[in-house]
Ligand binder design. Structure first.
Ligand SMILES: [Cu+2]
Length: 747
């Protein structure tokens, strides 16, 4: 890579590449010892040589990826050291706009397939560098930069993948969008975006097909260098604290066995691939003297990073950091004592480059044990303790094995940890650090007139710089094989359960098991409000207790919702501002003394309200006057339903099953004040309230009551809401756009 002065420097990618060691003969790895070992440098050489000998590689052939073509699971699990399985690889190669997938049998030394494939392969480093050049070679871009006071030599351009929004005019193109930054004079390349300007380049034609200029935005002046000397120039550094170190003076407890790492109760195979980064395979747990399988493979499958800014320069930023850029491709060397404890073991990763030749990333993975000062388990017995009889205190310190890697993809640094615990659990932790992606804005502070508009889709993090809202979705592929491959999947839901009337306890949760019949039905939305444990197990095997072995996927932070609150009427009412009963219940659904000062109360009908609640109301306004007056015949069961006159249909036989009219009517009793069926009594109504004929609340402590006269319809929205939730849960029906029900002006 060159750094000539008039050529735009590709700073970010330079940093990555220069830190790596080119693959040399002296650095060649030993022969693979396990069938799942990563392709070695020698093998990558061999793959290229085989394709060359087959005449498949022209002068411009580029390797988007070269992956180990793993032998079948059954063959791998049956493999024992000494036996050999064929080594095979899959290479994705492009040349002159066509993409081929080559299958290579390394053991036989030949190519076994060469197939044209469709779709877009992963980005090449050369394509990113080329795209920046294409953007700056476009006269429209040069002019737009000149308008802003920059020459091409004074900027650094960053080619970005541009998402796929199904636009017809983009079909079949291989697009990158290229915004630029003022070239930094210090370490931070992301601090001075030249906002409102980007080129769209098509890698297939090698040209900028468009330059978008939405107007000038001032370029922030501050450099925001991130190295320590640069930070110190902006302000005094905090004093260093006394060291708190992790150490392991006796050496670690990690050993190798049959090509796998062994630690405590765990063993697993480890390699790094260009797309997913670290790949763990054949993860097994020791149970006594027996190794039991837990997972055949675990790795990152994608990181999706959509930005939430509709601006022309931002809406398309929706990166696939693994599939487009390559998590393994951008693994960065880990630093001893900073990224990993000083005593960690470090592993080198070998990746294929654009030309198919290997490159080594030293210290790409680190592995270490740690005890962070927490107990694994402890108990101190309080019962039976006396000065004469000290009951035992027991416990052991917790120790963990961490497998860590970090990929620096542009401004982001992602860390992925697989943490093995001694209790048989594995925790996958992801970390996101690095430098914020920033958008240039005019606002220097939140007090500026432009600030409200500038920060509608992000946060002002420095004068003239907004960090737009965005998310990072990390997807993992977990091929769990719990005690073999014959596994099934079950959800264990915690379901709220109301207890019968006589029980002093109102509600609790019970566990409901459901086994989805097909993969589609097994898709599970993780929701704090309706927790589920995702259980993978082997129903063919039994423990001494008659349980089936299994592993549970436990999404962290999911079990935070108070499970019973909404189900317990007392809890539901406590502290609310608005108490609205809408139950159609024939008996009171809450107690009068639950009504607190300041509450606003409304109802569906009288009977769901306790009689004594009438005494709690300071202000009563009724909804209006029931218009429908009916003669009280047999079939108009007055006061039986909630309407002033409820018509009940049915045969004589069916009518007999309906409860008799309550001799003691509900809310308001038979007092003349509330005997307003039909005529509304003497309470003011809503029209009186809005025309000022009566007063509403005059102090915060007053309890106000809006009395439904039978047609408020709360029960419909209440039941409707429940039906909707059930439909969503059971995936029935289909979503109708809300806009269909909205209109600006009544017809
Ligand atoms: Cu982020």
């Amino acid at each position: 890579m060159n750094g000539s002065t008039n050529r735009p420097a590709i700073w970010a990618w330079c940093v990555v590449v220069t830190a790596l060691a080119p693959f040399t003969a002296s650095a060649q790895q030993a022969q693979p010892t396990h069938p799942l070992d990563a392709l070695t440098g020698t093998e990558l050489h061999q793959i290229k040589a085989i394709l060359q000998a087959e005449g498949k590689l022209g002068p411009k052939a580029r390797f988007h990826n070269v992956d180990l073509d793993e032998p079948d699971k059954a063959a791998v699990t049956a493999w024992r050291p000494g036996a050999s399985l064929p080594r095979r690889a899959i290479a994705v190669v492009s040349e002159a706009g066509t993409v081929h997938q080559a299958a290579i049998d390394l053991s036989a030394g030949r190519m076994t397939a060469w197939q044209a494939v469709t779709g877009e392969p992963a980005l090449l480093l050369g394509e990113m560098i080329g795209a920046a050049d294409m953007a700056l070679a476009d006269s429209r871009m040069v002019q737009a930069l000149a308008k802003r006071g920059f020459t091409p030599g004074q900027v650094f351009c960053l080619p970005l993948t541009s998402g796929n929004f199904g636009r017809k005019e983009e079909a079949g193109l291989r697009l990158l969008k290229v915004p630029c930054y003022a070239k930094p004079t210090d370490s931070n390349v992301w601090a001075r975006p030249i906002e409102g300007l980007f080129a769209t380049v098509d890698l297939k034609t090698g040209k900028a097909i468009d330059v978008t200029d939405t107007g000038m935005v001032p370029v922030s002046a501050e450099l925001w260098g991130y190295d320590e000397a640069e930070v110190a120039r902006r302000g005094a550094l905090r004093p260093e604290t006394k060291a708190a170190n992790l150490s392991q003076p006796g050496g670690d407890n990690i050993t190798m066995e049959e090509g796998r790492f062994v630690w405590d109760m765990w063993r697993f195979h480890l390699r790094a691939d260009k797309r997913p980064g670290t790949v763990l395979s054949m993860v097994e747990a020791r149970d006594g003297v027996r190794w039991r399988s837990v997972a055949y493979q675990m790795h990152l499958s994608e990181i999706f990073v959509p930005y939430m800014d509709p601006d022309q320069s931002w809406y398309w930023r929706a990166y696939m950091d693994s599939g487009e850029y390559g998590f393994g491709n951008f693994l960065s060397p880990l630093r001893r004592g900073v990224d990993c404890p000083p005593y960690a073991r470090f592993l080198t990763a070998t990746m294929p480059q654009d030309d198919g030749e290997p490159i080594q990333i030293p210290n790409a993975i680190c592995m270490f044990e740690r005890s962070i000062g927490d107990p694994a388990w402890r108990h101190y017995e309080t019962v039976g303790r006396s000065p004469q009889n000290q009951t035992p205190t027991a416990g052991r310190p917790a120790s963990q094995l961490v497998v860590r890697s970090a990929a620096a993809i542009g401004n982001y640094d992602y860390l992925v940890d697989y943490v093995f615990h001694q209790d048989g659990s594995i925790r996958i932790a992801v970390g996101a650090t690095g430098i914020d992606a920033t958008k240039g804005v005019a606002s220097q502070s939140m007090k500026d007139a432009t600030a409200a508009a500038d920060t509608r889709h992000g946060t002002l993090i420095a004068p003239g710089l907004v960090a737009p809202f965005h998310s990072h979705y990390f997807n993992f592929r977990l091929d769990l094989d719990v005690d073999g491959t014959a596994n099934d999947f079950m959800r264990e839901r915690l379901v709220q359960k109301q207890l019968s009337k006589g029980s002093p306890r109102r509600s609790l949760y019970s566990v409901v098991h459901d086994m989805p019949a097909a993969e589609k039905a097994a898709r599970t939305r993780i929701e704090p409000g309706s927790p589920a444990l995702l259980h993978f197990g082997n129903n063919n095997l039994e423990s001494v207790l008659g349980h089936h072995p299994g592993y549970m996927l436990m999404p962290e932070g999911s079990y935070v919702h108070p499970l019973l609150a909404a189900d317990d009427p007392r809890e539901a009412v406590r502290g609310v501002d608005l108490l609205s009963s809408c139950t159609d219940s024939m008996a009171p659904v809450y107690d009068a003394d639950w009504i607190e000062n300041g509450m606003h109360v409304t109802n569906l009908g009288r009977r769901e309200m306790p009689d004594a609640s009438a005494n709690r109301f300071d202000v009563v306004v009724r909804q209006g006057t029931a218009g429908l007056q009916m003669r009280q015949t047999e079939r108009f069961q007055a006061e039986r339903g909630l309407s002033p006159a409820a018509y009940i249909a049915g045969t004589v036989e069916e009518m007999r099953r309906i409860p008799e009219k309550n001799p003691q009517p509900g809310f308001g009793g038979d007092s003349s004040e509330f005997m307003d069926r039909g005529n509304g009594g003497d309470k003011p109504d809503f029209a009186d309230l809005v025309t000022g004929k009566c007063k509403g609340r005059t102090s915060r402590d007053q309890v106000t009551f809006y009395r439904n006269v039978g047609n408020q319809g709360l029960q419909f929205s209440s039941v409707g809401g429940w039906v909707y939730q059930q439909a969503v849960k059971q995936k029935k029906g289909r979503e109708i756009p809300t806009e269909w029900f909205l209109q600006d002006i009544r017809d």
